[in-house]
Design a protein around this ligand. Structure first.
Ligand SMILES: [Zn+2]
Length: 253
């Protein structure tokens, strides 16, 4: 682990600390760990423009040997049962199917399963080609950013982000925006890779599944919890699944 000089010392996007140490050197950028909250994040952070360009290329979702997905559509048999488990988790905390927004809905498998459970669905997907796939599957419009979401604030009982926040350069800002769309008492549910997972601890430079590319922030449990407190969302459940943590958070909005 090498020291970063004060001249290139980055600011932690969650706690704001100027106290990072390098974990990995990935060529064009480094992965650093905040010494205060343990968040790992990219330095320099990719810009929103960089990321948007990245996700418009379908090779991120198919045929990618080193980054993204080898075959996202081919993962349907895995993703649908995963969606079922997540829906069961959510439905133990809600009064029954309501309205759900999946932010970063990719090809729409989670939303398709949710609709089969009786949920009214909406999706946001930043990748235009994946948004088109989801729209074709679900036969509903899929917004390519929050500004294009036509549903009014306070609409959703549940907002989900499955393996999304690790890709966001400013996750707190996005989560803070999303809570405006929650109904009072609504739920925010998400999952993200976990740097506290034994595979990540054993081989941090080999964990592609744990640190997918391009990655902005990789979260151990502590910053996740700190994040919710910053948003003034009371933590209702926090669990670490085999592949990473899953957080379910209630809103007081
Ligand atoms: Zn920090």
């Amino acid at each position: 682990m090498s020291e970063l000089t004060p001249a290139i010392q980055p600011r932690c996007p969650i706690c704001g600390a100027l106290d990072a140490q390098q974990v990995l050197d990935r060529g064009p950028y480094r992965v650093v760990r905040c010494q205060r909250c343990q968040l790992q994040y990219a330095h320099p952070m990719p810009t929103p423009t960089d990321l948007m360009a990245y996700y418009q290329d379908l090779t991120y979702f198919e045929g990618s040997a080193t980054e993204g997905y080898a075959d996202y559509a081919g993962m349907e048999q895995v993703l649908r049962p995963l969606a079922e488990r997540r829906l069961r988790q959510i439905e133990t905390r809600t009064d029954g199917p309501g309205r759900v927004l999946d932010f970063g809905c990719a090809g729409g498998f989670f939303l398709d399963q949710a609709r089969r459970h009786g949920w009214q669905i909406a999706g946001v997907e930043l990748s235009q080609p994946m948004a088109e796939r989801a729209a074709a599957l679900l036969q509903i419009p899929i917004a390519t950013n929050l500004a294009r979401l036509t549903d009014p604030h306070g609409t959703f009982d549940v907002i989900t982000l499955w393996e999304v926040i690790e890709h966001l350069p400013d996750p707190l800002a996005v989560l803070a925006q999303l809570r405006f769309w929650l109904k009072p008492g609504g739920w925010l549910a998400l999952s993200t890779p976990n740097t506290g997972h034994w595979q990540a601890l054993a081989a941090p430079d080999r964990g592609r599944a744990i640190a997918p590319q391009p990655t902005s922030c990789i979260w151990p449990s502590q910053p996740c919890v700190a994040c919710w407190h910053k948003l003034d969302l009371p933590l209702c459940k926090y669990g670490v699944a085999a592949h990473g943590p899953t957080c379910l958070v209630g809103s007081t909005a």
